[in-house]
Design a protein around this ligand. Structure first.
Ligand code: SF4
Length: 373
């Protein structure tokens, strides 16, 4: 396996489930959290050699809801990490937090860990939509949580928003964006709502209890977001991600630039940076029962699949897809399929790099699918 790379730890606990979410998590209690920590430590020891454990550039603790682990167990996670891995001096260490879990006690716990970046799922500042989504927090709690972190000196904060939510209007989205910009945090991830199979929200869509927003409204929301974040000094460095200069997410960027990463925990994904992907099974029960390696699937990517992944990931970024990464045959296929999009201005081709134009971003999915095998 290619050495060096980041680490992702999946914490599969939520207090309750949001109706739109298809990430793997359970609402199991304390006893399962203890079992999970033991299994996680075991998996760390077993798999540490899959990356260069002596120089890890980024760690991301996500979920689920990592802050559903009580402080003592969060400390145990970091102890186990420090026993198994050594981070580069400037490593980015992110933890996802839920606004209503943010207390002075949590912040005090985090102070004793290497965490230097906070990712908070705000989703919207509309309380009625938060209730509809079955989110636990209110907009006020989100604002207070951000302030608590800022007061404690955590300036590297990323907030998540969702647009195209049922009940959301262009005006309410504008208020969300404006509210977020007044917080002046250095990073923002904004996702178009996706109706994922097997979620309560997708069932509501099938039953006609909610309706998708029109493409036109979705574009208006996205366009407003792009304009206002640009005016506020954010770089639009990936379709859904915006950052102040120098504060792009290293963890997210490693997914898009094909770096290897080690994913630990049930449901976590790993990549060797070349051709092997691994997915741990989404079962906490089986994860804690495993005596050796945890249940998982491994996939070896054929050259066409690797090309498709390159197109899919690189074209989402502002850096674009360098044709130098492609074999002569792939390059010729790519240029042939890109030609009509370059002609009508949806793709830009400069210095052997293909990039989405502003116009092209709105139809990125269809462009990406056209370029794939
Ligand atoms: S969105 Fe976050 S808090 Fe809500 S169910 Fe999914 S992982 Fe849990």
């Amino acid at each position: 396996m290619t050495k060096a790379g980041g680490i992702y730890i999946h914490v599969p606990f939520c207090q309750k489930r949001c109706i739109y979410c298809d990430f793997y998590s359970t609402t199991y209690g304390q006893e399962w959290k203890l079992l999970y920590i033991s299994a996680l430590k075991r998996e760390m020891c077993l798999r540490r050699a899959e990356i260069d454990f002596a120089r890890v550039p980024s760690l991301y603790i996500g979920g689920g809801t990592p802050t559903q682990l009580p402080p003592s167990l969060l400390v145990e996670v970091f102890q186990a990490i420090s026993e198994n891995f050594t981070f580069t001096k400037d490593a980015e260490v992110t933890i996802e937090v839920n606004p209503d879990d943010v207390t002075p006690e949590l912040i005090n716990t985090l102070r004793h860990t290497p965490v230097n970046r906070i990712s908070m799922g705000v989703q919207t500042f509309s309380d009625s939509i938060l209730r509809f989504l079955n989110r636990r927090h209110t907009s006020r709690q989100a604002l207070e949580a951000v302030q608590l972190f800022l007061d404690a000196g955590y300036n590297n904060i990323s907030l998540d928003l969702i647009y195209g939510l049922p009940g959301q209007t262009l005006e309410s989205w504008k208020r969300d964006v404006m509210q977020l910009l007044t917080l002046d945090v250095p990073h923002l991830s904004a996702y178009a709502l996706s109706y994922e199979d097997n979620t309560p929200l997708a069932e509501m869509l099938r039953d006609g209890r909610v309706a998708e927003v029109s493409d036109e409204l979705s574009w208006q929301m996205y366009e407003y977001l792009m304009d206002e974040t640009a005016a506020a000094g954010y770089e639009h460095y990936e379709i859904s991600n915006f950052a102040k200069p120098g504060l792009h997410s290293r963890h997210n960027s490693s997914y898009w630039d094909g770096s290897p990463y080690l994913g630990l925990g049930p449901g976590a994904h790993s990549y060797d940076g070349e051709s092997v992907r691994r997915s741990n099974n989404t079962s906490l029960d089986n994860y804690v029962k495993a005596s050796a390696d945890v249940p998982h699937q491994t996939e070896v990517l054929a050259s066409e699949e690797r090309y498709n992944e390159l197109v899919m990931t690189r074209l989402r970024t502002a850096s674009g897809l360098s044709l130098q990464l492609l074999s002569p045959q792939q390059k010729s296929h790519c240029l042939q399929m890109a030609e009509p999009h370059v002609f009508n201005g949806d793709l830009l081709l400069e210095d052997s790099v293909l990039r989405l134009s502003r116009k092209g971003i709105f139809i990125s999915n269809s462009i990406i699918s056209d370029l794939m095998y």
